[in-house]
Design a protein around this ligand. Structure first.
Ligand SMILES: O=P(O)(O)O[C@H]1O[C@H](CO)[C@@H](O)[C@H]1O
Length: 291
């Protein structure tokens, strides 16, 4: 490992090589589970799983609702790797650490990244329990100069100046909407803009109003760095936000959001999300590799 903030290609490769030596699975799809959404991994068949603490070079999860396990297996015959627990900037991880697994996945052969998160609703029409297909994001830390791609560019992964338009794959979003329709989910499925903030505090009322005015429909403390790094190295990206709470935008509203409430709503919708993700993966146009 180089300096604390700098991770070099060899570091990602060492972790990837270790994983390749421990499992026969060769995933083309990676799934990152948001707060309380780790059960997405439970649907994987023929599982091989590893605690983050046992994987050389891997950061550790510290947040309740993020188990800290990497699970390999098959979803309807498609080989996947699932992160049961992600890393957040507010835990004290550098953004290189937050996104470390994404580059490792690239070296494992992953072509599609599915990100999920718990998020608060800014859009007026959204309800708790709604599922928002992410159309685009606003990366507040990124706009302020906190970017996982800061520092020397690793040309083996991607270009110095990557475009960020159209990152959330249009075909996958269309496919997801078709699946939601056929599953009868349409009445609680939205499509919108996710805004990442640094956290760990939830938003003040003035901040919530500001983000809403900027065009954000939902807000959370993750996802944008992982998506950015995945897109930089050429992966297809699909994202889902589970709306776990309304963000207070009104000074007369005395409601206060808390993490336990977030986890409660995640639990309530876990099966639905699992069904949707499973169906989506089963319809991806990919063939399995074998070790
Ligand atoms: O984005 P995920 O990991 O789903 O978690 C969300 O839930 C936590 C707050 O309750 C924050 O970490 C926020 O980002």
């Amino acid at each position: 490992m180089h300096s604390k903030e700098q991770i070099c290609h060899d570091d990602y490769q060492k972790t990837a090589d270790w994983i390749l030596s421990q499992t026969q699975h060769r995933p083309k799809v990676a799934i990152i589970c948001g707060s309380g959404l780790g059960m997405l991994a439970d649907a994987l068949k023929l599982q091989d799983s590893f605690h983050y603490s046992d994987i050389p070079g891997f950061p550790q999860s510290t947040v309740q609702g993020h188990a800290g396990r990497l699970v390999f297996g098959e979803l309807k015959g498609k080989t996947c790797v699932c992160m049961q627990g992600r890393f957040h900037m507010y835990e004290g991880h550098s953004l290189c650490k937050v996104t470390f697994p994404v580059r490792v996945f690239k070296l494992l052969g992953v072509e599609t990244l599915i990100v999920t998160n718990a998020a608060g609703a800014l859009a007026d029409g959204y309800c708790n329990g709604d599922i928002m297909i992410i159309r685009d994001h606003i990366n507040m830390p990124g706009l302020a100069g906190l970017n996982p791609l800061n520092g020397p560019n690793d040309d083996k992964f991607g270009p110095r100046f990557p475009p960020m338009s159209g990152v959330y794959d249009k075909d996958l979003r269309r496919l997801a909407k078709d699946i939601c329709k056929s599953l009868g989910y349409s009445q609680f499925v939205q499509e919108g803009v996710y805004c990442m903030v640094g956290g760990p505090n939830f938003e003040s009322i003035a901040e919530a109003r500001f983000l809403h005015k900027l065009g954000a429909d939902a807000v959370g403390m993750s996802t944008a760095p992982e998506v950015l790094v995945a897109s930089h190295c050429g992966m297809k990206v699909f994202g889902l936000s589970l709306i776990t709470n309304k963000v207070v935008k009104d000074y007369d509203d005395t409601e206060k959001v808390n993490h336990e409430g977030v986890l409660g709503v995640s639990k309530m919708r876990s099966e639905t999300l699992q069904t949707l993700v499973t169906e989506l993966v089963s319809r991806l146009d990919i063939n399995n590799n074998t070790a």
